[in-house]
Design a protein around this ligand. Structure first.
Ligand code: PLP
Length: 267
């Protein structure tokens, strides 16, 4: 099956519940008007209640999924999600360097909301050393940005510092998603302060802050997956990085509102 739509390839984990990973990516890529292709890095065993383990692909099996697809239908953009092992990180780096895999939107997922470890701790420095500089954009949330930089992030200034450090390490562009900061403010009993959903983009030394309305709702599984896939789909269509982030952010807000309306109808 071919079409004129730009192809967006997602390289990510499989969550059988469909909430996160490649299923969320494919859904988002279609919603943004592109043709999805997908390669799986790990088969995870989980549902909303828990994480029960994972069976990771090898470098060979990941390459065997990707190479025929990119040779037949070169992707206009790539999103990379769960990369559980150093072996898989090095394989993706090699595909970018030697197989002309486009520079990806890299979502450095470390943990699932269901509590599972999605990247082995010893693979984290391999990701920063080998893959960060090859990405078009890196999209950590606050805990992920802390793990990658070793900095603690409590506010917007800290987000700037962490984004700056990731650029020093070699990232071309960084989007730090600040959603977790709101939760931390609550933990510090600052519930009276108006909450917002602030994300910070650094590209070519320019910082852009995106402030969205905070929607009081349970955390939505796969929102990071959707964000990075939506940005990749926009970039595939020639949208600028800033507009891509804005459109992706609006898409996530829509998904959260929709989830909330389902919860309210069930009550
Ligand atoms: N990738 C996989 C396979 C996952 O299972 C998860 C979370 O469960 C994620 C990525 C990260 O999900 P989120 O978008 O909620 O950060």
């Amino acid at each position: 099956m071919t079409s004129d739509l730009p192809v967006v390839l997602t390289i990510a984990g499989f969550d059988p519940s469909g909430g996160a990973g490649v299923v969320a990516d494919v859904r988002t890529i279609v919603q943004f008007g592109c043709r999805p292709a997908a390669a799986i890095t790990s088969l995870t065993f989980q549902n909303a209640d828990g994480f029960f383990g994972a069976s990771h692909e090898t470098a060979e099996s990941l390459r065997a999924q990707i190479v025929p697809v990119i040779e037949e239908s070169p992707p206009a953009a790539v999103k990379v999600g769960m990369l559980p092992t150093a072996e898989l990180i090095l394989e993706v780096a090699d595909l970018i360097r030697n197989k002309r895999l486009p520079a990806p939107v890299l979502d450095p997922v470390l943990k699932s909301s269901s509590g599972g470890e999605l990247m082995e701790p010893e693979a984290i420095p391999v990701l920063t050393r080998e893959l960060l500089a090859l990405a078009r954009l890196v999209t950590p949330n606050v805990p992920e940005a802390e793990a990658l930089t070793g900095l603690s992030i409590e506010n917007e200034d800290d987000m700037r510092r962490a984004a700056g450090k990731l650029c020093e390490i070699g990232a071309r562009a960084v989007l730090i998603k600040g959603g977790h900061l709101g939760e931390r403010a609550d933990v510090r009993h600052q519930k009276s302060a108006p909450r917002s959903s602030t994300d910070l983009l650094t590209e070519d030394g320019e910082v852009t802050v995106f402030t969205g309305e905070w929607i009081e709702a349970p955390p939505i599984r796969g929102s990071g997956c959707m964000m990075s896939s939506a940005i990749a789909a926009c970039l595939a269509q020639g949208v600028t990085m800033k507009d891509a982030v804005q459109r992706a952010k609006e898409h996530i807000a829509g998904a959260i509102r929709e989830q909330l309306s389902h919860i309210i109808t069930q009550i």
